[in-house]
Design a protein around this ligand. Structure first.
Ligand SMILES: *Cc1c(COP(=O)(O)O)cnc(C)c1O
Length: 381
């Protein structure tokens, strides 16, 4: 597919919303459950609002974000589907979240008290999810705090300050489907749901599974799965799942300059690349400030008109250089460059970048910077 970058930005991340909708259906089918789709961190760099609209239209049972401010931005954008928010600063004022009917996931008795306080000031009942620490030892109500928490929760509920929407926990080893930690965490979640039920509180939505578990452990799906990265078409467990996910983001730019470099000349900072023969190079006007990791210096490839060209020398803040070869490869200034994309045509992918730099593709897509324009296919952003 040939698309114009179509803006004055140097680079464009084209996000195919049809792929997002498709991936949601795939996840729901594979897990056999509803999907509470995670759109934190600006929809993993894809643009939270257009992605959220697409997901709600495609049947997501709800949306998940880390910060309440992310939930409020979605509300301001017209999203009225359930939104769960689960990471709060110690001084968070929960009033705005309650006013916007955000499902607030609490991780401690202190957070519960702050929500109860805010609900009291507003004279409203807060919608609550209980986030249980079942072994991740990150967020979630700590195990030694659990019975006190349940008592405080029961009092708050009896007083009409909170109503229970969900119970959630997060897997530490979801990307290892056979790891017994997954089963232990699921059992602990089931026990927590039962403890809350003993107080008369029945959760509408119990959820545990992140993307890797949604793809590999349908038995751990509870009422809904809670994937993020797979919604965007990136498979965190390709060795365990061949689910038909379609990467939604393609990062493109245009050749800004073509020039000759003589044999023996160095290219870019530090001259880490020295031309072995007379050659022609192209300047690609995106750099590490835009999310092209500097650690990819001399290791990445780009696609121009269906052909691969290697990056040479150091990646800079705003640009890097590729070798077009002695004949210039027929490439001219203004030609479209795919920096990474779906990989369907054998071109570079976010996964390839992650593998080359010893990280995960989550970090690649969330790292695409603010100078990169977002453009949407197949939806109403
Ligand atoms: C980010 C996050 C997810 C989504 O994880 P993926 O691996 O992207 O599927 C789910 N739940 C919680 C609590 C998270 O923080």
């Amino acid at each position: 597919m040939h698309t114009s970058t179509g803006s004055t930005a140097m680079g464009t991340a084209t996000v195919d919303l049809r792929a997002i909708a498709h991936n949601l259906r795939v996840l729901s089918d594979v897990a056999g459950a509803g999907v509470l789709a995670v759109v934190k961190a600006d929809g993993y760099g894809h643009g939270a609002l257009p992605v959220a609209r697409t997901l709600v239209d495609a049947g997501a049972v709800g949306l998940g974000v880390a910060h309440i401010t992310e939930a409020l931005a979605l509300r301001e954008g017209g999203i009225d589907a359930p939104i769960t928010s689960w990471l709060h600063a110690p001084d968070t004022d929960f009033e705005a979240g309650i006013a916007a009917d955000v499902d607030i996931a609490v991780s401690s008795t202190r957070q519960l008290a702050a929500v109860v306080d805010a609900a009291g000031r507003r004279g409203e009942t807060a919608t609550l999810t209980v986030k249980v620490d079942t072994g991740m030892n990150r967020s979630g109500v700590a195990r030694d705090e659990w019975s006190d928490f349940v008592d405080a929760f029961a009092r708050a509920r009896a007083a009409g300050a909170v109503r229970l929407r969900g119970v959630m926990a997060h897997l530490a080893c979801g990307d290892e489907p056979a790891n017994p930690v997954n089963d232990a965490q699921a059992a602990a979640l089931t026990a927590a749901v039962a403890d809350l039920r003993k107080t008369g509180a029945i959760a509408e939505l119990v959820h545990l599974a992140n993307s890797p578990a949604a793809l590999t452990r349908p038995d751990l799906a509870f009422d809904a799965v809670r994937p993020g990265i797979a919604v965007y078409g990136l498979n965190p467990v390709p060795q365990h799942s061949d689910a038909d996910l379609i990467p939604a983001m393609t990062l493109r730019t245009r050749v800004s300059l073509v020039k000759k470099v003589a044999a023996g000349e160095g290219v870019s900072y530090g001259h880490t690349f020295v031309a072995p023969v007379d050659t022609v190079v192209a300047v690609i006007p995106v750099g590490y400030a835009d999310g092209v990791p500097r650690a990819l210096s001399g290791r990445l490839r780009v696609r121009i008109d269906g052909r691969d060209f290697p990056g040479i020398g150091r990646i800079c803040m705003d640009q890097f250089v590729v070798d077009l070869g002695p004949d210039g490869g027929g490439v001219g200034e203004g030609d479209e460059v795919t920096v990474f994309g779906t990989g369907i045509d054998g071109g570079p992918t976010a996964r390839e970048w992650a593998d080359l730099t010893d990280t995960i593709d989550y970090e690649i897509v969330t790292g695409i910077g603010p100078r990169i324009a977002r453009r949407y296919l197949g939806g109403l952003p």
